[in-house]
Design a binder for this molecule. Structure first.
Ligand SMILES: Nc1ncnc2c1ncn2[C@@H]1O[C@H](COP(=O)(O)OP(=O)(O)OP(=O)(O)O)[C@@H](O)[C@H]1O
Length: 247
């Protein structure tokens, strides 16, 4: 679903991310970890051609689309519908004066889901993320951070996403709510075969969900491999440092 080779993202003269190789297949979860400023978000955004003002080179294929060569129209087709971006605080991205149900209905219409099917698709998506249907009548400021995160995931599912790119999806949430959101993501990849690329600085979270891990520092991948191996026997001093910093 995601295939990256020799990705390089530059802002002016400065290279902020270099990723030699990154693959995420159906039903897999790969995590990118590293401290603030290490290039994690830049890498994630470059997969959808969203690094405005950057010079991006290499090979990036997402859901069969050659992202760095594709026409804007082709990129818009995968953004949102086939590839969903889930950010740290989705509430900020939701229109404050629009009820959640209206917002989801509009998104579905925009992506061509037929009128008769819309209500059923919405019901199924809300059920999948374990949100009560009545939440759809609320405005974004009337829901909690965990509910907003699950709503963002529900929207992705309703639109038929095959890939979820999640940037620190749980870092604004308290521990029990984090576990709920992670549970939803885990189920989606197991039951629906969604591919999940997760950016996080939280190694405890990563260890519970990721198959593979890329560790980034100063824009470079310093270590990559099976999550269980990297987290149990880190070979790079920086990964050891990250692990030692765990509470
Ligand atoms: N639009 C931009 N113009 C110039 N530099 C940028 C731009 N966006 C990001 N950068 C730089 O790229 C580097 C990597 O940033 P990035 O946001 O990818 O890091 P990160 O690992 O995701 O950090 P965080 O966890 O804080 O989000 C940073 O030094 C940042 O200043």
């Amino acid at each position: 679903m995601i295939e990256v080779r020799d990705l390089q993202v530059r802002y002016g003269e400065r290279t902020v991310a270099r990723v030699p190789e990154l693959d995420v297949r159906e039903g897999e979860c790969v995590a990118i970890v590293g401290e603030s400023g290490s290039g994690k978000s830049t890498t994630l955004l470059s997969l959808l051609g969203l690094t405005e003002g950057a010079h991006v080179s290499g090979h990036v294929r997402v859901c069969g689309v050659d992202v760095l060569q594709a026409a804007p129209r082709r990129l818009r087709e995968i953004r949102g519908a086939r590839v969903a971006l889930v950010m740290q605080s989705p509430q900020a991205a939701l229109s404050p004066a629009t009820r959640l149900g209206t917002l989801m209905r509009r998104a579905l219409k925009l992506h061509g889901v037929g009128g008769g099917r819309i209500e059923q698709v919405m019901r199924d998506a809300m059920e999948t993320v374990m949100l009560e249907h009545r939440i759809l009548r609320r405005y974004p400021h009337e829901i909690s951070g965990g509910q907003a995160q699950r709503f963002a995931i529900a929207l992705a599912i309703a639109l038929g996403a095959e890939v979820i790119l999640a940037d620190e999806p749980t870092s604004a949430l308290d521990v029990t709510v984090q576990a709920e959101v992670v549970g939803v993501l885990r189920r989606l990849r197991e039951e629906r075969g969604l591919a999940l690329l997760l950016v996080s600085h939280d190694l405890a979270l990563v260890s519970t969900i990721a198959d593979r891990v890329l560790v980034m520092k100063d824009g470079e991948v310093v270590e990559a491999g099976e999550a269980a191996v990297v987290l149990a026997e880190p070979s790079h001093p920086y990964t050891r440092e990250l692990l030692e910093a765990l509470p």
